[in-house]
Design a protein around this ligand. Structure first.
Ligand code: HEM
Ligand code: HEM
Length: 181
């Protein structure tokens, strides 16, 4: 298996990006919803800090992934895929690609507009507005919250369909992204 995709095989880097980002994104969604259930106080604000820093790292990975997906060969549909399967796979891929930008960008704009700098694990800081802009922060807070539900549902469907193809259709869909085909 090479670094780049071919018509039938995902390359090493596509596979690594898929699974590293899958773990990070499922983790950050869980942490995001969990934070909301915590009482105000230091443990909660510490978790907010990790959530934000991880989100910025995800944005950097997502930008690189856009470049990598667009500059690599597109795999042809696995054997046995109907027109409907192809349409669903396409919709799922591009809606997830879009949401992996919308989530971190809306989170960052919310923080920046609220006047809070983002400390990315001490590596670098994303500066904030000197004077908070409440309406903008509030708007992007709502975008972030609504999009959180959308990405959570999309990821859930994406996993269900991957399992459906593997267990019921017994095709190569899941094996391809595992590099086992
Ligand atoms: C892939 C990236 C991200 C995902 C999937 C994500 C997901 C989530 C989720 C699921 C929630 C809970 C929403 C709810 O309570 O309904 C949340 C809340 C939050 N997120 Fe993110 N997030 C991401 C990136 C970021 C970034 C980069 C920041 C800021 C720099 C951020 C700041 C926040 C804040 C401040 C809240 C709490 C909002 C509140 O107090 O109501 N998030 N996020
Ligand atoms: C346990 C979790 C997951 C499983 C089992 C899974 C499964 C799969 C499978 C089977 C494919 C291949 C589809 C094809 O060949 O057309 C795929 C592709 C893809 N998945 Fe996932 N996935 C998971 C998590 C995620 C998450 C959390 C995201 C992002 C939010 C994501 C985003 C994508 C994208 C964008 C593609 C297209 C890949 C490319 O063209 O490079 N996946 N996934």
């Amino acid at each position: 298996m090479g670094m780049r995709n071919t018509k039938t095989h995902y390359g090493k880097l596509s596979i690594a990006l898929h699974w590293i980002m899958a773990l990070l994104i499922i983790g950050i969604i869980a942490v995001g919803f969990y934070m909301g259930t915590m009482e105000d106080g230091d443990p909660k604000w510490q978790l907010y800090g990790y959530h934000k820093a991880t989100g910025v790292i995800i944005l950097v990975l997502a930008l690189f992934r856009w470049y990598w997906v667009l500059s690599n060969e597109k795999l042809s549909a696995p054997e046995g895929f109907t027109k409907k399967d192809i349409g669903l796979a396409h919709a799922s891929k591009w809606s997830l690609m879009l949401m992996m930008l919308v989530m971190p960008v809306s989170g960052m704009v919310m923080s920046i507009a609220a006047g809070r700098a983002i400390n990315v694990f001490g590596l670098f800081k994303v500066p904030a507005l000197a004077e908070a802009n409440r309406p903008i922060a509030g708007f992007f807070h709502d975008v972030h919250e609504i999009s959180a539900w959308i990405i959570a549902i999309l990821v859930g469907l994406h996993i269900l369909f991957a399992l459906k193809h593997h267990l019921l259709n017994k095709d190569e869909t899941l094996l391809r992204i595992l590099g086992r085909n």
